[in-house]
Design a protein around this ligand. Structure first.
Ligand code: FMN
Length: 177
């Protein structure tokens, strides 16, 4: 697959994971893609916990299933937990803006890089924003001071079906001037 748009259209939130285990080397490659994402002042305000141990994977899945949603996460074979770190901005910029002002965008970019790399390796992912933060923090021993940004469920999809994207029309979201 060489065309980037083709890859972007193939990536979709996977909610039907198969029993096939995920190779450790592929997860490392996905983290490499995330690590090389751009960030404000190259501050890289992220760290990652990759959960592969089946017993811990099952516990992480439970933290995503509050409110009776995300039931399908029980079949995920691994999880990425994205943690927001302190963003050290360039000395000229630091006095002008809050240190974390670019961090959320940076973390979103890194998360998407992870997911697109996963897609290119044949893996399915689903970004999860709703999860029990205190429970996940305790489970993975993430310090109180650090904010858990997102969780990503990972596995092989049990289907090859690619859903058509439901998106706002181009004319609605862009102006070329
Ligand atoms: C920040 C964020 C949080 C999300 N949280 C969840 C979630 O908790 N559960 C879920 O099933 N999907 C979740 N999603 C997936 C979105 O529903 C999905 O990306 C969107 O509907 C577009 O569909 P697509 O990813 O298949 O293109 C989340 C996506 C993002 C970016």
């Amino acid at each position: 697959m060489s065309d980037f748009l083709e890859l972007a259209l193939r990536r979709q939130s996977c909610r039907t994971f198969s029993d096939r285990p995920v190779e450790h080397e592929k997860l490392v490659k996905c983290v490499e893609a995330a690590r090389n994402a751009p960030s404000g002042c190259n501050s890289q305000p992220w760290s990652f916990v990759v959960v592969e141990d089946p017993a811990i994977v099952a516990e992480v899945a439970k933290t995503t299933q509050q409110l009776g949603i995300n039931e399908y996460q029980s079949k995920a074979k691994a999880f990425l937990v994205v943690v927001e770190e302190y963003a050290r901005l360039m000395p000229k910029i630091a006095p002008l803006v809050d240190s974390q002002v670019f961090a959320k965008g940076d973390l979103g970019g890194a998360t998407l890089s992870f997911c697109l790399q996963a897609e290119s390796l044949g893996l399915g992912t689903c970004i999860i924003g709703l999860f029990d933060r205190p429970k996940l923090r305790e489970l993975l021993n993430i310090p109180e001071l650090k904010s858990i940004f997102l969780v990503v469920a990972i596995g092989y999809s049990s289907t090859d079906h690619v859903r058509p994207k439901q998106r706002k029309p181009l004319e609605e979201i862009v102006r070329f001037v």
